[in-house]
Design a protein around this ligand. Structure first.
Ligand SMILES: [Zn+2]
Length: 391
């Protein structure tokens, strides 16, 4: 079934395989890319416009991030992928020397609703910035990512909402398969890995067929797309329980696109997923929601105006090392820019530390027994927040 690539630009080594007992599919690994090594399971902060909102590259590093995601759709529109290439590529442009994954733009383009038309060759869409008309094809999505120079590019796909009718899901999934082959044919940059995207919605037959088809192609990694949308956690779990076992003998990393709350990450790691990305931790931080062990603080709550304690006692982030809850509460009320920077530092540090704890538990052989404790630490962060991939 498999035609694994893992040729030049990516090497994935499973360092702790799942136990033979079958109690979990969780595993640890190292993903070696052009700009560095990524320990998995891993979370990728999102740098939509070639910046993780509010943070400098040094601050991103300090959160523990080893790889970030940048959005091809946004960078194609502004400042333009060719301009970034002329200025030395994305790493130099944003002064980030660790790995970068670029998405293909499929999610953003297809999410434009009335602003886009899908045909067999590609998608015609109107810019959300100025209404100008553009066209994305698999070939253009690959060319843009090669110009940006990310460590990992992603094939152009047609995502649909998980709850879409079966005929809609089937049509989009079949087209995603044809676009996957075109993306592979168009890709030529030897220092850049290319991941393919599985679709198939929540339909078991379509999801299984898509998993097997994408895995039959020589991609460097397998993205599980079309999740982290409007499905329930139970539907997501069931879809992973169906798809991941089909990849049991596949040596490539698995990436669930768009999932971001620690509680959701934990369940997906248990089901064998290696990579994640989401805007969620940073987005809720900018709204004044601070993630802490066991729950969250809404720093806009008046009670924090007089609270001299750090947001989280044992947290190494810039916010918790230096400032009180009272000061952050004041900054948010005054709409001071420092508020967004400090809160983002904290939530990303919390999320990346959570993933480090998950990896440590898998390595120690205490996973999945440790899941109860990790669930408590994650708090109830899945409720009513949505997975929020788009920026
Ligand atoms: Zn902190």
């Amino acid at each position: 079934m498999t035609a694994p690539s893992l040729g030049g630009a990516a090497r994935f080594d499973v360092t702790t395989p799942p136990p033979a007992s079958g109690t979990t599919r969780a595993r640890t690994g190292t993903l070696t890319l052009t700009h560095g090594v990524v320990e998995t399971p891993q979370f990728m902060p999102v740098g939509t416009n070639a910046t993780v909102k509010a943070l400098s590259p040094d601050e991103i590093r300090e959160t523990g991030a080893s790889i970030i995601l940048a959005n091809t759709y946004h960078l194609y529109l502004r400042p333009g992928h060719e301009r970034v290439a002329r200025l030395g590529g994305l790493h130099r442009y944003m002064d980030w020397d660790r790995p970068i994954l670029t998405d293909s733009g499929g999610f953003q383009v297809v999410s434009l609703g009335d602003l886009r038309v899908v045909d067999e060759d590609g998608v015609t869409f109107r810019s959300h910035l100025d209404g100008s008309t553009h066209r994305f094809t698999p070939e253009l999505a690959i060319a843009a990512q090669e110009a940006l120079g990310s460590d990992i590019a992603v094939a152009f796909d047609q995502p649909v909402f998980p709850s879409s009718p079966r005929a809609v899901v089937k049509d989009a999934t079949d087209r995603t398969h044809r676009w996957a082959e075109r993306s592979l044919a168009a890709h030529s940059r030897p220092d850049q890995a290319l991941f393919g995207i599985v679709q198939g919605g929540l339909d078991p037959e379509l999801r299984a067929a898509s998993t097997e088809f994408i895995a039959s192609l020589p991609f460097d990694g397998i993205c599980l797309g079309g999740l982290a949308g409007d499905e329930t956690p139970a539907q997501r779990d069931a879809t992973l329980d169906l798809a991941v076992p089909l990849l049991d003998d596949d040596p490539r990393p698995r990436y669930l696109m768009g999932l971001g709350s620690p509680a959701d990450l934990l369940e997906a790691v248990h089901r064998g997923v290696d990579l994640f990305d989401s805007v969620l931790p940073a987005r809720v931080a900018r709204n004044g929601q601070l993630w802490v062990p066991g729950g969250r603080l809404n720093i806009r709550n008046r009670a924090f105006m007089d609270d001299p304690n750090p947001v989280q006692d044992d947290c190494p982030c810039l916010l918790c090392r230096r400032f009180s809850r009272a000061y952050l509460a004041h900054l948010f009320r005054a709409k001071e820019l420092l508020a967004y920077r400090l809160a983002t530092c904290h939530n990303l540090t919390f999320t990346l530390d959570f993933m480090a704890r998950v990896r440590a538990s898998i390595r120690a052989g205490t996973f999945p027994a440790s899941m109860a404790e990790l669930r408590v630490r994650a708090g109830r962060m899945s409720d009513g927040e949505g997975a929020g991939k788009s920026a």
